[in-house]
Each structure stands twice: as C-alpha cells, then as structure tokens.
Ligand binder design. Structure first.
Ligand SMILES: [Ca+2]
Ligand SMILES: [Ca+2]
Length: 216
C-alpha cells in the first residue's frame, strides 16, 4: 500500500497503510502495541533466544522497537495451547499471548521487523505531506512560517527556505531532525508544494502584509 501510494498519490493507499500501522501500535481488540516500548500496553516478552531474561539470569529484555508477529489463529505452539486457548473458539485477533515461549504468536523476525522500519520511514515522510495535500485544514499542529522549527518565525526562516529550495541546504531543520514538521510549517499557502511563493509569503508576514497560513 505504501508503494501504491508512492506511485499513485491516491490517499486511500496512504490511509490503508497508516490504518495498518495503527493496528500494530495498539488500535486492536487487545489494545496492545505489538512494538516493544511504544505504547501504553506493549508486548514485552517476544520469542527470542537471547532477549529473554526468563531463560537465564543476566540476559536482556528486548530493546524498544521490536515488532512481534502478533495474533495467529492457528496457535501452533504448546505454550499457548497449554494455556487453555482453543483453536476456533477465540476471535483471531485475540489469539495472542505475550510469553517468550509462545513462538507462534509472539515471534520476532527480520521479515516483519524490516518492513516496520520501512513503514515507519514511509509514515514519517509521507503522512505530513499528505496533510498538506488535503483540502481540509491540516490536523497537525503547525507554526506556519517556522521553517526551522525553533519556535519563532523570523528572517532566518525565509533564508533557510530559500537555501533549501536552491539546494544549498539539504534540510529545513537542524540536521533534518524535525524535517516533517518543518515541511508542514514551510507550506504556508497550504497547497501541494513548498516553493518560492511560500518563502515570499513568510517574508510578507514578517512585515505584516499577510497572516499565515495564506489561503490561495
Ligand atoms: Ca524559525
Ligand atoms: Ca506552498
């Protein structure tokens, strides 16, 4: 869906991809985030041969950011079967146990953790831009004109944006750390691109000719 959105820019694909991310991060019937360390209730004991202090004293817990495979209605491992979970009696989304030995529902593997990295990067890159594509008001809090995200709108923001547009600067924000927010803040006319018109409008706002954001 992420690639489909990249190719078509049809927001339904972005919506599908981010909805799936929402499921992973806790918008599910168990209200559990399947990514360790991210959420109110999160997976803590994924099936791993080293991140399992239950197995041997001194071995570490899983670090933050590990994605469990999550619910699996086949429930193949003896631990979840032994816990009284019966195949076919439980809604598929509830077939989950946060135990180290429950390998059929709580495994962490590279083949879904790698896509999580891809999806996290995709969401950070695309979701804020999609907001600015929208005809509705952006939902993300923005300080319009604060291109470099330092909390004030001043001439440095105009210069920063011009340097970015001409390719002199690689990022809008210091080291690109709040770049997605910087792009939202920079798109002061709420259209689908960041360009000279935005820089000009920020400049105009500094001399009180316009108020940001400027609607076309
Ligand atoms: Ca600023
Ligand atoms: Ca713009």
């Amino acid at each position: 869906m992420g690639v489909a959105y990249d190719v078509t820019k049809d927001v339904k694909y972005l919506s599908g991809a981010t909805t799936a991310m929402g499921y992973i991060f806790g918008n599910n019937v168990l209200e559990n985030s399947y990514v360790t360390g991210y959420g109110t209730n999160t997976t803590q004991y994924p099936h791993h041969r080293y991140w399992c202090p239950q197995m041997k004293a001194g071995w570490p817990y899983a670090p933050n950011g590990c994605l469990s495979g999550g619910p699996n209605s086949d429930m193949n491992d003896p631990l979840i079967q032994g816990a009284g979970y019966k195949i076919g009696e439980l809604a598929p989304m509830k077939c989950y146990l946060d135990k180290n030995d429950a390998w059929s529902v709580n495994e962490i593997t590279i083949n879904w953790n790698a896509p999580l990295v891809w999806m996290a990067a995709f969401a950070e890159e695309e979701a804020p831009k999609a907001d600015s594509n929208s005809t509705e008001e952006p939902t993300t809090d923005a300080l319009y004109g604060d291109v470099d995200c330092n909390g004030v709108v001043d001439i440095v923001d105009v210069l920063t944006l011009n340097q970015y547009l001409t390719g002199i600067a690689e990022y809008l924000t210091p080291n690109g750390e709040k770049e997605a927010q910087g792009k939202i803040n920079a798109n002061v006319d709420l259209d689908d691109k960041i360009d000279d018109a935005d820089a000009m409008n920020i400049l105009k706002s500094l001399v009180k000719l316009v108020t940001l954001p400027v609607k076309k």
